[in-house]
Design a binder for this molecule. Structure first.
Ligand SMILES: [Ca+2]
Ligand SMILES: [Ca+2]
Length: 451
């Protein structure tokens, strides 16, 4: 029968001597002088890379914190094996200070490997330990305790409980456990509030969120933007700011493993890009000339920068020749000479460019049907209808065109009757030119005002 070896006096000394070491500034030191490890002790501990056959210690407390590493990953189960020398009725606990606050028995920090063993002699105990998601990565303390008859009632400090007043039996071993953040397996990008993955306002923003899986892994990610047809900025917290229209990819790379990432496509519209210039040229860079009777020349306008709105308004300004131009920059020659073709940015009309076009080989030039009073036109100014009375002019093969101030053809047809009625109800008010083009390519032109 084992003996209680302490006196009440000794217990009182114990209380007085060791109470100061209960301070939580450091891990508590068990009162080894009052613990008898000759009957029951920790024979070996196996965990991680540590296989420590300690046997019966010289004292009832041993510090093995220099051994290691014992690496465990948050959320990943690891098995600890503790072999004890049992005198029956042994209570075996493992404490791990997951939150690293120097207290070993916070909730979730104690694992009970045995509660009153029946066997005597060497007994092997195992336990599967899964570090909780709240565990802090880094080195922390593990304490293995064998406590006969539960005299310390799960106290990792073997403090001044009633039992310790009379001395106690068992052994305590401390180790260092290295807690590893779990390795990321995937990243998932979503928009905050499940908003559509788009930005539609000028300079607008979109908040993104990245979840690193498993949830216990380091949640930090590095955000970048991969431009597509558009462009954007992204902050370190995943806030996307639109720069130009088109699509971009937002990318989040897990800090815990930079091979783990996700991308999300974002559509950007509504961005106003400041225009820096307009360049007008001919399609395929051909010379700026028309040398075929009634021929055409396709022009092109490039608005700078390329991501700016490309819409332009085309017009022609007669110099010595005459031409019309379509909405798409197609110039049609009408009379020999030169004309300027001009493109103005619709987004910012302060930017424009022009090209001088030389026109040759058109019929035999101008003809003054209007100056000769050979044709009557009325009313002047006109509004919803323009009447052209050709009187005695031979009009077979003759065309008419009604051209606006930009040189765009608004009405055109073959002349099919001596007295034509041209419907002009939906034309905008402003300056127009009525052009008669006879079968020989001769041009007569008359400026008119639409009310
Ligand atoms: Ca031992
Ligand atoms: Ca703790």
């Amino acid at each position: 029968m084992r003996q209680i070896f302490n006196t009440i006096l000794a217990a009182l000394i114990s209380f007085l001597l060791f109470t100061p070491f209960e301070s939580k500034a450091q891990y508590c030191a068990p009162p080894i002088n009052f613990i008898d490890n000759s009957w029951d002790y920790i024979d070996s501990v196996s965990f991680g890379s540590v296989q420590n056959k300690s046997g019966q210690g010289a004292t009832a407390y041993s510090d093995f914190t220099a051994l290691g590493p014992i690496e465990v990953s948050i959320g990943v189960q690891s098995t600890i094996t503790v072999r004890i020398m049992s005198d029956a009725d042994e209570y075996v606990h493992v404490f791990i200070d997951w939150n690293q606050n120097d207290t070993l028995d916070d909730p979730g920090e104690m694992y009970t490997l045995a509660s009153g063993t029946a066997q005597t002699g060497l007994v092997t105990l195992t336990y599967d330990i899964t570090p909780p998601a709240t565990a802090l990565p880094g080195n922390t303390r593990m304490r293995v305790v064998v406590d006969w008859d539960d005299m310390n009632m799960g106290d990792p400090c073997f403090g001044p409980s009633l039992s310790s007043i009379f001395g106690t039996y068992g052994e305590i071993e401390d180790y260092t456990v290295t807690v590893l953040a779990p390795v990321p397996t995937s990243v998932v990008i979503t928009t905050a509030g499940s908003a559509p993955a788009e930005i539609t306002t000028n300079g607008g923003t979109l908040q993104l969120e990245a979840e690193v899986l498993p949830a216990s892994a380091n949640q930090d990610v590095i955000w970048t933007i991969v431009p597509g047809t558009g462009n954007a900025d992204i902050s370190s917290t995943g806030l996307v700011t639109a720069l130009s229209n088109g699509n971009v990819w937002a990318k989040a790379v897990a800090v815990g493993d930079t091979t783990i990432m996700d991308s999300l496509e974002i559509q950007i519209s509504g961005q106003i890009v400041p225009i820096t210039g307009v360049i007008v040229g001919t399609q395929n860079g051909v010379p700026a000339m028309i040398d075929v009777n009634g021929g055409t020349l396709q022009l092109e306008a490039q608005v700078l920068p390329a991501e700016a709105v490309q819409d332009v308004l085309w017009s022609v300004i007669a110099v010595t020749g005459m031409a019309t131009i379509s909405n798409n920059g197609l110039v049609t020659a009408m009379a020999n000479g030169t004309v300027w073709a001009k493109a103005v940015s619709l987004d910012d009309p302060s930017f424009a460019d022009s090209i001088l076009i030389t026109i040759t080989n058109q019929g035999t030039g101008l003809k003054g049907l209007f100056a000769e009073n050979a044709v009557d036109v009325y009313p002047v100014p006109f509004e919803n209808e323009l009447v052209v009375d050709l009187k005695n002019v031979a009009y077979q093969g003759m065309q008419y065109r009604l051209v606006n101030a930009l040189g765009q053809v608004m009405r055109q047809a073959m002349v099919d009757s001596r007295q034509m009625r041209i419907e002009t109800g939906n034309l905008a008010a402003g300056m127009y030119t009525l052009i008669l083009l006879d079968a020989e390519g001769r041009v007569s032109a008359l400026p008119l005002i639409r009310k």
